[in-house]
Ligand binder design. Structure first.
Ligand code: GLN
Length: 267
């Protein structure tokens, strides 16, 4: 029942996203679009015409992707929308477990993955990454006044909640004397922390801030854990990587990427 419901919900979201963004495909009538600066990207993209680009994500990662009512919004959703607009595609967002994104992109079920995804050498064996679009830090969330975990070193013997398949998961998996509890969503790891089932959660800094704001009695340790960079993943060898890079770099130089980030992350 739960599966059916979530499948229905996912369908509805895809429709909503496609509907909301239907304008982006339509703006591509060659030459008629005088309001937006005609770019190389648009003219090159003309011949494809176009249809949908499916973005695989896990929409429980505020501020990068999250539900506002039944629509997926956030930094990644808006950057993806702007990229699709430049390339003349309609964006459709497919929500799934973080752990399934790379497989979805590899198998062609999704055209690209965008999910606050950190570039790692290991992932590069499986998929290609575009240029990066922002930095992130893995941080440690604990209960206020925690005496079990006061620093990164304390993690080595702690019970740690992570989101399955994330870099947080990968880093702490090196600690032989720690107990790792893996969850499908970061929010579930945070819930386990509030319930005292784990001593700490390792997760990206901006979602960590959102979780701490939403749950009383939690705090982020000052000491950062790992520095990372986010990029979009695309199937190995796909020419979409170059197209997305052209659009992404235009958006960066137009200041659009910064503008979107500032909209969701207040200084
Ligand atoms: N940045 C982390 C990673 O790439 C977490 C991403 C996420 O949970 N959406 O593994």
């Amino acid at each position: 029942m739960k599966k059916i419901l979530s499948a229905l919900l996912a369908g509805a979201i895809a429709c909503t996203a496609a509907f909301a963004l239907a304008g982006c495909g339509g703006s591509n009538n060659a030459g008629s679009n005088s309001s937006s600066a005609a770019s190389d990207v648009e003219s090159k993209a003309d011949e494809a015409n176009k249809g949908e680009l499916h973005m695989a994500t896990n929409a429980f990662f505020e501020p990068y992707e999250f539900y506002e009512n039944d629509k997926i919004v956030g930094i990644d959703a808006e950057i993806a929308e702007a990229i699709c607009e430049k390339l003349g595609y309609t964006l459709v967002i497919d929500d799934m477990d973080f752990d399934s994104i790379i497989t979805a992109v590899q198998s062609g079920k999704a055209d690209f993955g965008m999910a606050g995804m950190t570039v790692t050498e290991e992932r590069k064996q499986a998929i290609d990454f575009t240029d990066t679009y922002t930095n992130a830090i893995q941080v440690i969330i604990v209960k206020e006044g925690s005496d079990k975990v006061k620093s990164a070193a304390d993690l080595e013997t702690a019970s740690i909640g992570v989101q399955m398949g994330t870099t947080g998961d990968i880093y702490v998996s090196d600690f032989k004397n720690a107990t790792i509890e893996r969850y499908n969503k970061g929010a579930d790891a945070v819930l386990a922390l509030t319930q005292g089932k784990v001593d700490a959660v390792v997760i990206d800094n901006e979602p960590a801030k959102a979780f701490v704001a939403q749950n009383e009695g939690l705090t982020i340790l000052e000491e950062p854990f790992e520095n990372e960079e986010y990029a979009i993943c695309v199937a190995k060898g796909s020419d979409l990587t170059a197209k997305i890079n052209t659009a992404l770099n235009e958006l960066k130089s137009e200041g659009k990427v910064d503008e979107i980030i500032k909209k969701y992350i207040k200084a």
